[in-house]
Design a protein around this ligand. Structure first.
Ligand SMILES: [Zn+2]
Length: 305
């Protein structure tokens, strides 16, 4: 029997009261389906946001230097390119996906990870992001019940999944994700949803400064950049959502997980020892664990007593 994690249903809002009457199985099916659909959208964000931002940067450079060079022609994509347009297509052959080819996870499995038209491989990242999103939606329902708090928790997870997937692929944590997350965290905690407002504000500042100090120490001692600026901003966002007291656990989980993966990747020859490891996904994992299970590590080290 799984341990019941559900907190007392929050029937204070009409939203929660309406959902609270539904059987748990129905709620869970709805949460998983919702998670899969949002996961499918996150795939679009992960694929398109870097392209959209690169185009914007090139347009800025062209404008600043007064050299209207080739802006978009060489990426082979239409001039109007955003999160909604054009419709999803195979990046290899341009085959526009039909509705049945766009069903989260199921389409990828049915097509055995290949485009139905040119048979080029479709990255396993697509179903993995959809599954991760569905798992977070289910986790949010289990941890917080059918409440606005669960929805907010899921939104944090969705932002972290998108930021992590982009960081893994491009070694870049974009302000376009970390900054809205930071402000959203402060807003969500205005009424103390995950942490008191004081804890959240101190968390945002402490998250930024902690990694900023590590960055400068590394730079002064070793003359290299140990991490990107995006990492400070991400930890600031996590402090805003979960409060300053969650930060040590998040950083410990991230550092241990990052070190283990780094050592394993070096041992099997997938990575050189000096190569920088994207830290964003590990911070995100530490934050999602802390969001759902609290801070049990402090009990182990008796920091919380
Ligand atoms: Zn194709």
């Amino acid at each position: 029997m799984p341990v019941p994690l559900i907190s007392a249903p929050d029937t204070a809002t009409p939203f929660a009261a309406a959902l609270g009457g539904l059987p748990f199985g129905v709620l869970m099916s709805f949460a998983i389906a919702f998670g899969l659909v949002i996961g499918s959208f996150l795939n679009v964000v992960v694929h398109r946001l870097p392209i959209m931002l690169e185009r914007a940067w090139r347009a800025d450079v062209a404008e600043a230097t007064g050299t209207p060079g080739p802006l978009f022609e060489d990426d082979g994509l239409p001039a109007r390119y955003n999160l909604w347009l054009p419709r999803s297509a195979c990046p290899h052959c341009g085959h526009v996906l039909r509705a049945w080819e766009n069903i989260p996870v199921i389409s990828w499995l049915a097509l055995r990870g290949r485009c139905s038209h040119c048979h080029a491989g479709v990255s396993v990242r697509y179903p993995l992001i959809e599954l991760a999103s569905a798992a977070c939606a289910a986790g949010a329902l289990l941890a917080f019940g059918p409440t606005g708090k669960a929805l907010a928790a899921f939104m944090l997870c969705a932002g972290l999944i998108a930021a992590s997937a982009i960081d893994l692929e491009h070694q870049m944590l974009y302000d376009e994700i970390t900054q809205p997350l930071l402000w959203a965290g402060l807003l969500v905690n205005f009424t103390g949803t995950f942490a008191g407002l004081r804890e959240a504000v101190i968390g945002a500042v402490a998250g930024y400064l902690a990694l900023w100090c590590v960055y400068w120490l590394f730079k002064l001692l070793r003359g290299v950049e140990g991490m990107g600026h995006g990492d400070f901003k991400l930890l600031a966002a996590l402090g805003a959502w979960l409060g300053w007291s969650a930060l040590p656990q998040i950083v410990v989980i991230a550092a241990v997980a990052g070190a283990l993966v780094g050592i394993a990747a070096t041992l099997i020859g997938r990575m050189r020892f000096e190569e920088p490891l994207p830290f964003g996904p590990y911070l995100a994992a530490g934050a999602i664990i802390t969001l759902f299970v609290g801070t049990p590590l402090y009990g182990v080290f008796a920091w919380g007593t």
